[in-house]
Design a protein around this ligand. Structure first.
Ligand code: DX5
Ligand code: ZN
Length: 214
């Protein structure tokens, strides 16, 4: 079953509770945390995760685009994140392991994220201990960018390794996913689709979520 994780980066921040209620047919709420250092944009942080947590029964999929996330992963867990993903590019391999261990110690799911220029192999040191791997299909930083179809070989390779080494692990794609691109992602082996503008830009949001499930 394909899961949909709408990104609230495309929601109306002045009406977040309303816009999270609008995606109640989805499987996760995708929360893009950006620090203006790891990516050239600043979005939302721990207080907003805490504020939205009681407004939804959907699990919060918190995508950290921040330098040295090991400093903050526990606080995001305490604020209500159910799944926390960290970029392998954002710290040393040792600290990425530490992030995963800290998230697990909080009883939450941990994932790693690969930027477009990062090869699939970068996931291997973590593949057997994470609950999710996220492949970026745009350069992280902004919603509404064009889907990078050339990331599909990476998705296929990771699907093969996941099936072999950790079949319960989810494989998520993020960036430019919409009606024209979701099938390509599913065919390549992704089972969780993040979609920001394609969901929030739709006239009928529940119908768009159902469409993206394939
Ligand atoms: C980009 C974010 C994405 C973004 C996706 O850095 O990680 O989650 O919001 O937006 P769309 O679906 O509009 O490409
Ligand atoms: Zn994201």
């Amino acid at each position: 079953m394909i899961k949909i994780s709408p990104s609230i980066l495309s929601a109306d921040f002045a009406n977040l509770e309303r816009d999270i209620a609008r995606i109640s047919a989805a499987d996760y709420v995708h929360v893009d945390v950006m620090d203006g250092c790891f990516v050239p944009n600043i979005t939302i942080g721990i207080p907003v995760v805490k504020a939205i947590k009681p407004t939804t029964s959907l699990p919060l999929d918190v995508h950290l685009m921040i330098v040295e996330p090991v400093r903050y992963v526990e606080q995001f867990c305490d604020a209500g994140a159910d799944l926390v993903t960290v970029h392998v590019e954002s710290d040393t391999e040792e600290n990425t392991h530490r992030c995963i261990d800290l998230i697990h110690a909080k009883g939450k799911k941990a994932g790693i994220v690969l930027k477009p220029n990062t090869p699939a192999e970068a996931a291997l040191p973590f593949l057997e201990k994470v609950e999710l791997i996220l492949v970026m299909t745009v350069e992280p930083g902004f919603g509404g960018q064009s889907f990078m179809e050339n990331m599909m070989p990476k998705v296929r390779q990771l699907r093969a390794w996941i099936n072999e080494k950790n079949p319960a692990c989810e494989l998520e794609v993020d960036g430019g996913v919409g009606p024209d691109t979701y099938k390509t992602c599913i065919e390549a082996g992704a089972n969780v689709l993040v979609a920001g503008s394609a969901v929030y830009g739709a006239a009928d949001i529940p119908q768009r979520i159902a469409e993206l499930r394939g």
